[in-house]
Write a protein that binds this ligand. Structure first.
Ligand code: FPP
Ligand code: MG
Ligand code: MG
Length: 303
């Protein structure tokens, strides 16, 4: 029915938390650093998709309902949502330096406006605040789960610098890189909110698998959009991967004499199905339904 659809609208369910996300982040970053304040606040203007915090907050609610039949969010779980958006943004600021990209989220990129040196330090600064917010949660298991993400992000980005790998291993290399660059953060942040919701190890690992599959599907669609979309639609340069000499799924499939675009979509579909299979192991709930609908919508993503 239309009413149950409205109830499981992903954004509406966590509207209150999402509405204060950027201002909470700006508070954490501080406002008294002059240029550093201006630059580090620049992308936290409330116009981003904020896909990661959305997933994290919905997952926290789904885990809480599964564990104790109520969806009240712990402050620590809200901090994980904030951490994902901050960490993601820090990596994008560095990524735009590496990729020499002059636009991001429909604006001029930080490196374009303020130069590379300040962009690198802005990313470092945000990362430093991420570390302190994470430490303040005061849960060493969660510190270690989330620290792995930082390592994976760096390793994933590094893997992309030179692809000297064997031709037969190219696809495995690409998927491994995709896990590290994108899926690791979704997997680990889902697991963290499960741990913080006192879920069992089994549930924590199940939601980790949900995040992992969601992340791989998300990046496959991202790589597809880089191919078929326009700069205006995405708010960042397109065909960027090709220009950088990077072979992503659409190219790798095409080089195996198969329909690159269609095969990429198919692989993304398989990962969304696997994600949903894991998610369904949790108690049925409205936030769980919202996560399922968000997962399926990924395949129709336009930006
Ligand atoms: C975007 O990829 C880049 C990433 C998801 C990861 C970038 C990671 C780093 C720069 C290293 C780690 C940095 C820190 C601060 C820990 P893309 O270039 O394919 O996507 P785009 O089209 O959005 O630019
Ligand atoms: Mg880039
Ligand atoms: Mg890049």
């Amino acid at each position: 029915s239309s009413s149950s659809k409205a109830e499981s609208d992903p954004y509406k369910l966590v509207h209150d938390e999402m509405a204060v996300l950027c201002s909470n982040i700006r508070n954490e970053l501080g406002t008294n650093q002059g240029d550093l304040g201006t630059i580090t606040h620049y992308y936290f203007d409330g116009t981003g998709k904020a896909f990661r915090p959305l997933v994290v907050l919905l997952m926290a609610k789904a885990c809480n309902i599964h564990q104790r039949a109520e969806d009240f969010l712990a402050e620590s779980q809200k901090k994980i949502a904030m951490i994902t958006e901050m960490l993601h943004t820090a990596t994008l600021i560095h990524d735009d330096v590496i990729d020499a990209s002059d636009t991001r989220r429909g604006k001029e990129s930080i490196n374009y406006v303020w130069g590379q040196r300040k962009a690198i330090l802005a990313g470092d600064y945000i990362l430093s605040i991420v570390s302190s917010v994470l430490a303040r949660i005061g849960n060493t298991e969660v510190v270690s789960i989330m620290s792995q993400v930082v390592e994976d992000l760096v390793r994933g980005e590094f893997m992309q610098l030179g692809s000297k790998e064997d031709k037969n291993e190219r696809f495995a290399h690409y998927l491994n890189k995709t896990f590290k660059k994108t899926a690791s953060m979704l997997a680990a942040s889902c697991k963290s909110v499960a741990v913080l919701g006192q879920c069992s190890e089994e549930v924590s690992n199940t939601v980790y698998q949900y995040g992992r599959n969601l992340g791989i599907a998300f990046q496959l669609m991202d790589d597809l959009l880089d191919f078929i979309s326009s700069d205006l639609q995405l708010g960042k340069p397109t065909a960027a991967d090709l220009k950088l000499g990077l072979a992503t799924a659409p190219v790798l499939f095409a080089s195996q004499q198969s329909e690159g675009i269609e095969q990429t979509r198919l692989l993304a579909t398989e990962h969304t199905k696997e994600a949903i299979r894991h998610l369904r192991k949790l108690t049925t709930s409205v936030p769980q339904e919202a996560l399922i609908s968000l997962t399926l919508k990924l395949l129709q993503r336009q930006k």
